[in-house]
Design a protein around this ligand. Structure first.
Ligand SMILES: *[C@@H]1O[C@H](CO)[C@@H](O)[C@H](O)[C@H]1NC(C)=O
Ligand SMILES: *[C@@H]1O[C@H](CO)[C@@H](O)[C@H](O)[C@H]1NC(C)=O
Ligand SMILES: *[C@@H]1O[C@H](CO)[C@@H](O)[C@H](O)[C@H]1NC(C)=O
Length: 153
């Protein structure tokens, strides 16, 4: 039993390593660290049909916002692959922003999104992923981009 609990609690620590990311062109605040399940450093392979858990820590709010909307865009050679987050994850105030909304200027927040089934095309191609959080009236709240590859199993 103890072994089982140790395993369960250790898995996130092993698989949720920090990845390298960059700012978006809109210059929105970035997290202190960004981790993506199964990824580390510059290495990130996303598997179609598998889950995806991503956590961004200590994003410093720049503006007040009552609302927060998640967009995740996957591009290859600048072309939008058409990925859209599941409907129930679009409202980031509903579970993704730790502690909920509002976003308060000068206060930091954590962000955690869990997609249980990644619906991406099963081509083995390099992509750029953008996680884009916008607030009231579309103001940028946070944004980060990272490189990944869509793999097969
Ligand atoms: C809020 O999140 C819960 C749990 O993920 C989900 O079942 C529900 O549909 C969401 N509500 C909205 C309005 O997105
Ligand atoms: C965000 O997560 C980090 C790392 O787990 C933690 O140290 C920090 O207190 C969290 N901040 C908030 C506002 O929850
Ligand atoms: C990201 O958010 C910004 C600010 O609202 C918006 O202008 C931009 O178009 C978004 N990026 C994409 C690719 O949707």
């Amino acid at each position: 039993m103890l072994k089982f609990f140790l395993l369960v609690t250790l898995i996130p620590a092993i698989y949720m390593a920090d990845i390298n990311f960059r700012r978006c062109p809109n210059n929105a605040p970035v997290p202190q660290t960004l981790s993506v399940e199964g990824c580390a450093g510059n290495k990130c392979i996303l598997i179609p049909g598998k889950s995806l858990h991503s956590v961004g820590t200590d994003i410093i709010g720049r503006i007040n916002s009552k609302t927060a909307t998640t967009r995740i865009i996957a591009r290859t050679l600048g072309i939008d692959l058409g990925y859209r987050v599941p409907r129930e994850l679009v409202n980031a105030c509903n579970g993704s922003i730790v502690g909920g909304c509002p976003i308060v200027a000068g206060r930091s927040f954590n962000y955690s999104v869990y997609i249980d089934r990644l619906e991406v095309p099963a081509f083995n191609i390099p992509i750029e992923v953008e996680v884009n959080l916008t607030g009231d009236g579309g103001v940028p709240l946070a944004c980060a981009r990272f490189n990944a590859r869509i793999g097969s199993k």
